[in-house]
Design a protein around this ligand. Structure first.
Ligand SMILES: Nc1ncnc2c1ncn2[C@@H]1O[C@H](COP(=O)(O)OP(=O)(O)OP(=O)(O)O)[C@@H](O)[C@H]1O
Length: 305
């Protein structure tokens, strides 16, 4: 039904706000289902929190990005497990990596769930102070690392929208507004652009690598040709990648991308490519055309972030 991605600095109040939100929503679900004139009518609605604290993680995992990965995997799997058309999932975790929030957003879209980002906004000094005041907080070294690595949400990117910020000093959240967004906004249609396909193709990784390399070089050369100009440019893709299957392109035979004024360097493009491949390496059987379209959409979203 809906996914609330809570994000914020360490000790910025994510668990506190998640619990408050849960306590507000939970007793109202029956009434919402009874009084709804729309698709929620008569449904058995649920809300649940998926918290990183459910997994008894040592705060020191954030000392080493390799140790964090399985933790993120566990959180992601739990969100995937509980998110369905009747359930609001509140994901109470650092969610500090842009790419991870994007993955969560993709999962929500796959099941037609609404996505909402709740940013617990505190200054680093405020959060550090709260962290130091609790007995089981992060060590100051881990706190500093996490604060340094934090990738703030951006309301202009698709995966952070709608973005609701709540200040530490706010007495309470505007729960009514949040619940309205979660229950009355139209659910997004499942979009092929963010759908993952069943795992079957044995050569998927090669397809992923080869296709993203082809598209990268087409975008890099379009950017070089338009250096200092930017704007909407058609990407010259090899014929076998066309037409793109995603509905996001007005002409699937001539995909257009909005380029920045400044030329995209091959090194920059390679960073985007690696990030995309990392995000999609487990999707398995997406065919080359779908990969190409998805990748262009990813680049477009990243460039406009
Ligand atoms: N709005 C607030 N005003 C004052 N103190 C707060 C507020 N919100 C949370 N706290 C306190 O700050 C500390 C951290 O809160 P909380 O555990 O909710 O943060 P968190 O972001 O979930 O932390 P973590 O990063 O460890 O998951 C707790 O001691 C809590 O009581």
């Amino acid at each position: 039904m809906a996914l609330v991605i809570v994000t914020g600095l360490p000790a910025s109040g994510k668990s506190t706000r998640s619990t408050q939100l849960y306590n507000y929503i939970q007793p109202r679900l029956g009434e919402i289902s009874e009084q709804s004139q729309g698709t929620l009518k008569g449904r058995n609605l649920n809300v649940r929190i998926v918290s990183e604290h459910d997994f008894d993680l040592d705060r020191d995992i954030y000392r080493d990005t390799r140790l964090e990965k399985p933790a993120r995997g566990a959180i992601f799997a739990a969100v995937e497990r509980y998110l369905d058309k009747n359930t609001i999932v509140i994901c109470d975790a650092p969610n500090y990596i842009k790419g991870f929030r994007y993955q969560l957003y993709c999962t929500a879209r796959e099941v037609g769930a609404l996505n909402l980002t709740l940013w617990t906004l505190a200054s680093t000094d405020q959060a550090r102070q709260l962290n130091n005041q609790r007995e089981d907080g992060y060590s100051s070294e881990v706190f500093d690392q996490l604060a340094f690595r934090y990738e703030e949400p951006n309301g202009a990117t698709r995966w952070d929208q709608p973005l609701i910020s709540v200040l530490l000093e706010d007495e309470s959240i505007n729960y009514t507004q949040l619940l309205n967004i979660l229950t009355t906004q139209k659910q997004k249609k499942v979009n092929i652009g963010v759908m993952t396909m069943p795992a079957t193709a044995a050569n998927y990784l090669q397809v992923l690598e080869a296709t993203t390399t082809q598209v990268s070089s087409a975008i890099t050369s379009a950017s070089a040709d338009n250096a200092g100009v930017g704007g909407s440019v058609t990407i010259a893709l090899p014929k076998d990648l066309l037409p793109l299957p995603q509905k996001d392109f007005s002409d699937p035979h001539r995909p257009v991308i909005d380029l920045p004024l400044k030329q995209i360097t091959p090194a920059q493009m390679n960073r985007y490519r690696r990030a995309f491949v990392g995000l999609h390496r487990n999707d398995k059987a997406i065919d080359a055309k779908s990969v190409a379209g998805l990748y262009i959409l990813f680049i477009q979203t990243t460039l406009s972030a």
